[in-house]
Each structure stands twice: as structure tokens, then as C-alpha cells.
Design a binder for this molecule. Sequence first.
Ligand code: ADP
Length: 186
Amino acid sequence: MKQRLLFLGPPGAGKGTQAEQLAADRNLLHLSTGDLLRAEVAAGSALGQEAEAVMARGELVSDALVLAIVRSRLEAQAASGGGGWLLDGFPRNLAQAESLGVLLDELQQPIELAVLMELDDAVLIQRLLGRGRADDNETVIRHRLEVYREQTAPLIRYYQSKGLLQAVEANGTVETIAERITALLG
Ligand code: ADP
């Protein structure tokens, strides 16, 4: 079974929900850069203070900062005997994807599957408006979708060209979508 995974898709596609469930079922490390950054903001750390305003605007936090977070988590997991992982919300641009590739080469842990969750903008916006997080007002949501299209969507081709990408339709119940994803894991 594939156990080194990443989830790609626009904000609101349900990556977090699916990732959390799948990671719990398969005993994978769930690495959500959004969750980790929000935890830093809540803790008031230097890192959190640096990230807070950027996140509130719906822009991307610096590559160096998120990479440091991901690197420390993946290295710790590798040092403690390894196991699978699921990256959710990272990488979010080509520079992050390239840095991740270098890190995973070092760890000798190549990605086995990139799952793209696809959903129409109208549905995404409705879902995000219903969620009510600090960065979920309409102006910021539209901006996050733009950032996704410009910076993150190029990763679709990037992972496609490496033969790693599989897409799932992300409309439906949580259970239906979970089944679609499970079917890709082999
Ligand atoms: P969503 O998928 O709904 O956009 P996330 O929780 O993944 O929500 O991300 C929330 C915010 O955290 C992003 O808008 C961005 O500011 C920041 N963030 C999360 N992951 C990254 C990343 N890999 N690189 C840069 N910024 C990130």
C-alpha cells in the first residue's frame, strides 16, 4: 500500500478532512502546514507572529519558514524508525516542491502518490464561507483561490510529469470521497 502521500487541491476541497481521517486509519503522520502554522500563531511564537498577518491576507508564508517546519517533522519521523506520511497543504508552489524533492532524496523516502482533489469554485466558496475561520471572509477567500491558481496549480503538471498524480472528484459525501481516495492507494 502506498504510504508516502501528498494531497493537492484548492482551499475548501476537503483536503484536511480526508487527510486527517486517512492518516488515522492507516497510521500515517498527518502533516498539515496550515494546522501547524495556526498552532504557532495561537502559541504566539516568533514564527507565529511572522506568519499571522500573511495568513490573514490569504498569501503564502515564506518558503523557508514552512520548509523548516516540514523538515523537522519528517526528519524526526525518519529518525524514530520511519513510517508513512501524508502532506496536506504543502508543497504550495514550485520552489517548495523542489525543496521537498531534495529533502526526500536525502531521507530516501520518495513520494508514492499525489492526490488531486478537484471541485468547482462556486462550491469551494460556499464551503469556505460556512467554515468561518479567521481567513474565511469572501475577499480573502477569492484571493486564496487566485494564489492557488497562480502558484499551486502548476504543481499538478509537475507531479503529472513525474507519473505521480491521480485526481479525484471532491464533490460528494465525506465517505464517498474517502472511498475514491482509498481506491488509489493500492
Ligand atoms: P486552505 O487549504 O483552506 O487554504 P490551509 O490551512 O492549508 O488552508 O492554509 C491556511 C494558510 O496558511 C494559507 O492561506 C497560507 O497563508 C498558510 N500556509 C499553509 N501552508 C502553507 C505553505 N505550504 N506555504 C506557505 N503558506 C502556507
